[in-house]
Ligand binder design. Structure first.
Ligand code: C5P
Length: 221
């Protein structure tokens, strides 16, 4: 069995307002991407990163593509030996080894093609038109907000990604593509700190939580 980490890190990150791509923006003293790599490298046999053009230095760096899932497809193509793929966004630096392992265990238990991190919705979710008029309110029970890591049977992910670029561009995560291909996806409840860095408030929060985590991990002296 070959467990390969796949990290889409090729986004521009315009909403964060940094000069360069988001994955390379400084977060608690190092590039955002490196926090996730630290964790994935302890669990995976190899980690392939999809990076923006001009950042393909070093082994296991491939050029990303026009959409997030197309970047995942490029990285997966570079790891034909993968039997299990651990897809994780560079934008979630607070991922833990425990969470990745729980997703791996869920997949290994059988009966599904993907095991994905998720949190039960705490907000009420409404559907609205372009002018902000509410169309309906969704019953909250049974609604989850889905995150990464997402752990896949690599063959199932490969099949799911074999669709038109327009379908990949419309997908907001990879597990929905597996569902669309008839696969079974299971949820693994994630801890609240597994946040996604999208804007400057998220970045400040991530830095505070990572600083706290480092402090707790440091030997007392
Ligand atoms: O833009 P968003 O935050 O949803 O992106 C999620 C992840 O997908 C980020 O880590 C980003 O770098 C990556 N991405 C990518 N290729 C793209 C767009 C986003 O690898 N074309």
């Amino acid at each position: 069995m070959a467990i390969v980490g796949i990290v889409p890190a090729a986004g521009s990150g315009e909403r964060l307002g940094t000069d360069g791509p988001k994955a390379f923006a400084a977060c608690a003293g190092r590039p955002l991407l490196e926090w996730s790599l630290d964790v994935l490298e302890t669990v995976c046999d190899r980690v392939v990163v999809a990076v923006p053009a001009g950042y393909e230095h070093g082994a296991d760096r491939v050029r990303g593509a026009a959409s997030r899932s197309a970047s995942v497809r490029e990285a997966l193509r570079a790891a034909p030996e993968a039997t299990v793929a651990v897809v994780h966004d560079a934008a979630r630096p607070l991922v833990s080894r425990v969470l990745v392992q729980r997703c791996l265990d869920m997949l290994a238990a059988g009966g599904c093609d993907a095991a994905v991190a998720a949190s039960p919705m705490s907000d009420t979710v409404k559907e609205a038109g372009n002018d902000g008029t509410v169309v309906r309110t969704l019953p909250r029970a049974g609604l989850w907000s889905v995150q990464t890591p997402q752990v896949f049977d690599a063959a199932a992910l490969h099949r799911a990604l074999g669709v038109d670029d327009a379908v990949l561009a419309a997908a907001t995560d990879d597990s929905s593509l597996v569902e669309a291909a008839g696969g079974v996806v299971r949820l693994v409840e994630a801890p609240p700190e597994n946040l996604k860095v999208t804007n400057t408030v998220d970045l400040a929060l991530a830095e505070a939580l990572l600083g706290d985590r480092e402090l707790r991990a440091a030997p007392r002296g």
